[in-house]
Design a protein around this ligand. Structure first.
Ligand code: AOS
Ligand code: ZN
Ligand code: ZN
Length: 404
């Protein structure tokens, strides 16, 4: 018997509906970030690699390779001004010619000298206005790239007590976001990202999910929270946050990555794959609730990667990331929600935990291979990419490619 037939028998005997599992797995799309293809690193060093894209156009070409071998990465997030071009509709047509779309637009309000003490929360109104103008410029760019989403991350914060008025800055943050919100098309979304610290080390203006959630409530329905998995203090229960925000209809999407200590931006699924699995458990549990708000929220959520590939090869790092997400999603799809509910009803603590964990322990390789075969991509995307000559052909770009 082949490996998939065995898997099928094993799962069917547990009562798992493999048609649903397969169609959800087929539909999983993961957006990759343009900056993950460029040179990026830590605050100590950005190593220059040979073959790194020199332009936003070449970043898209690299992203197209990831989509080619996975079939799951059609859209690419861009960062302005890292991906600044004269003509954004040209960038969009380049993406389209490669079978891609431009995904979330990430405004950059943290690298300009003027923003040392804040951007939309700066005490000087001229600098606040400059930051707001950039946010608005990104809305114009989105119209040209046909993007619908904005990932908004602010480095704004202070390093010392008393450096700024926390309450005043809270007001300026809301006011700045309102200026942008007002000009959104009705089908556009603002995804507000929070982060506990770094680069600000005393207080960060949007430090946690509650602050991002509160802003989204004040702004309106087109504002939601973005959960970057690396942006929490150690020990935070990220899946609880995920579940809570979905239930409120305010979870807009994710920045996936892994961390050991803080915002390490390592390849997703390498450090704590169980956490990723449990995040998907909460998402699928909400989907199966059949409550309209929850189902709609989950269906519109964006799965995006946000990583910094400092020492690893960038395209393979991205392929590994996508495969790791697919693996944990596939495992979570094997949770028998009825079995969990039954155990919960009986107060069977260990039974409930077992019903969740055992899904994590199955080998989903035959399932993933079978899906890849069905959609017409290599069963082992990493192997296929490494066997191809794209990786060696880009070496001609030399060193000194795009960096953040
Ligand atoms: C920063 O820590 C955030 O994760 C942002 O999403 C940031 O814009 C992205 O990492 C690109 O630098
Ligand atoms: Zn992020
Ligand atoms: Zn981050």
């Amino acid at each position: 018997m082949n490996a998939y037939a065995l898997f099928e028998e094993q799962q069917q005997s547990r009562g798992i509906d493999l048609n649903t599992v397969r169609s959800r797995l087929r539909a999983l799309q993961i957006e990759t970030p343009s900056w993950g293809y460029g040179d990026s690193g830590t605050r100590f060093k950005v190593f220059q690699k040979v073959g790194v894209p020199r332009t936003p156009f070449e970043k898209l070409e690299d992203a197209a390779q990831v989509h080619k071998v996975t079939g799951a990465c059609q859209s690419v997030a861009i960062h302005i001004p890292w991906d600044q071009v004269d003509d954004y509709s040209q960038l969009r047509s380049h993406a389209e010619s490669l079978g891609l779309t431009i995904g979330a637009i990430n405004p950059n309000l943290f690298q300009d000298e003027d923003y040392m003490l804040g951007s939309v929360t700066h005490a000087d109104s001229a600098i606040r206005n400059k930051a707001i103008a950039h946010l608005k410029e990104c809305v114009d760019i989105a119209k040209e790239t046909k993007s619908k989403d904005f990932s908004l991350w602010f480095a704004d914060g202070t390093n010392y007590p008393g450096q700024g008025s926390i309450r005043q800055r809270k007001h300026w943050m809301l006011e700045g976001l309102q200026e942008m919100y007002k000009i959104l098309d009705p089908d556009m979304r603002m995804l507000i990202e929070y982060k506990c610290f770094e680069p600000a080390f005393y207080h960060t203006d949007i430090a946690d999910w509650g602050m991002a959630y509160n802003l989204s409530l004040k702004l309106g329905e087109q504002a939601q929270v973005l959960v970057d998995t690396g942006h929490h203090l150690p020990g935070a229960n990220v899946e609880h946050i995920v579940s809570y925000l979905i239930d409120e209809g305010r979870l807009g999407g994710f920045h996936f990555n892994s961390y050991k200590y803080a915002d390490d931006d390592l390849v997703v699924g390498t450090m704590n794959p169980y956490e990723l699995f449990l995040i998907f458990y909460q998402i699928l549990d909400a989907l199966d609730s059949q409550e309209q708000l929850l189902v709609d929220t989950v269906n519109k959520m964006l799965y995006m990667i946000d990583q910094s590939h400092n020492i690893e090869s960038k395209i393979p790092a991205m392929i590994r990331s996508v495969m790791n997400v697919q693996t944990q999603y596939a495992k979570a799809l094997l949770i028998d929600h009825q079995e969990v509910a039954e155990a919960q009803r009986k107060g069977d603590v260990l039974g409930a935990e077992d019903a969740v964990r055992k899904a994590f322990e199955f080998d989903v390789t035959p399932l993933l291979h079978s899906i890849r075969e069905e959609i017409g991509v290599p069963i082992d995307p990493m192997k296929a990419y490494l066997a191809d000559n794209y990786g060696s052909s880009i070496l001609a770009r030399g060193k000194g490619g795009a960096s953040w």
